[in-house]
Design a binder for this molecule. Structure first.
Ligand code: SF4
Ligand code: SF4
Length: 263
């Protein structure tokens, strides 16, 4: 069995798709969004995260840190080991819930993702993915109940400046995904300092008949402490004002009212 590198498995999530879900965060992403709230999922390698404020200077680092100051991010797991963990939550999934593979970019560990999705489905667990759509893997996509995908910035040059990659392929992959008939939940993280072209993104999403919902998510500085713990350069944006978000949402968000199972 292929081994995957898993950053974390979060249980009882209600923010990663429909119903109650278990979210499996895979390590590795070819993008490097400056506002990334999971910077520990960008590298494809295991990493040590150090939180100095939690260190009690006990000098026992070699034995393992019990104060949570020094944390290893990245666990090699087989798909069967992932299944064993997510099965513990199966009773809570109901009709809509299941597993969301996230990251990082889950499709970057393609073979592992494929095996994990197959095993979950064989065991009656629904699967979804949260992806940047930088990849388009039709074989895996067709096995998913729905896909959550971001369009972060409309202008490709600006997209490259803030995420490290241009966005032509991502736009194309949104169109290709739309033709597969898989429900799409589209999202944009809102960074008020950047001209993201949210009006154009919203218009684009409305033109895709399988986008059941378009959501605007306010930037949250959750990733800054993790950037520090990883020894990365820290980047902090302003948290968008509540009134600004309300106005933006009323203009550009939409919800077709269809559940992800209704396409
Ligand atoms: S084991 Fe943890 S708390 Fe102890 S010195 Fe090392 S990092 Fe600090
Ligand atoms: S695509 Fe997602 S995981 Fe990758 S860098 Fe951007 S925000 Fe982080």
């Amino acid at each position: 069995m292929t081994k995957g590198l898993v950053a974390d498995i979060q249980r009882a999530s209600i923010h990663d798709g429909s119903g109650i879900r278990t979210t499996v965060f895979l390590k590795g992403c070819p993008l490097s969004c400056r506002w990334c709230h999971n910077p520990e999922c960008i590298s494809f390698e295991k990493q040590i995260m150090f939180y100095p404020e939690k260190c009690i200077h006990c000098g026992r680092c070699i034995e393992g840190c019990y104060s949570g100051a020094r944390v290893v991010c990245g666990r090699e797991m087989t798909a069967a080991e992932v299944l064993a963990e997510v099965t513990e939550d199966k009773a809570y999934y109901g009709e809509d819930g299941g597993v969301t593979f996230s990251g990082g970019e889950p499709f970057a560990q393609r073979d592992f993702l494929n095996e994990a999705v197959d095993l979950c489905r064989k065991n009656g667990i629904g699967c979804a993915a949260e992806t940047s759509l930088i990849y388009f893997d039709e074989e895996i996509l067709r096995k998913l109940d729905f896909v959550m995908a971001d369009m972060k910035i409309w202008d490709s040059c600006l997209h490259k400046e803030y995420t490290g990659v241009p966005n032509e392929k991502i736009k194309e992959n949104f169109k290709r995904l739309n033709t597969l008939g898989i429900p799409i939940v589209a999202r944009t993280p809102v960074i008020s300092e950047i001209e993201q072209g949210i009006d154009k993104i919203s218009e684009f999403m409305r033109s895709l008949c399988n986008v059941v919902k378009y959501e605007l998510l306010p930037y949250h500085p959750l990733g800054v402490a993790k950037q520090q713990a990883l020894g990365m350069e820290t980047v902090r944006f302003a948290v968008p004002d509540k009134d600004f978000m309300t106005e933006l949402k009323s203009k550009y968000e939409f919800d077709t009212g269809l559940s992800v199972g209704q396409i």
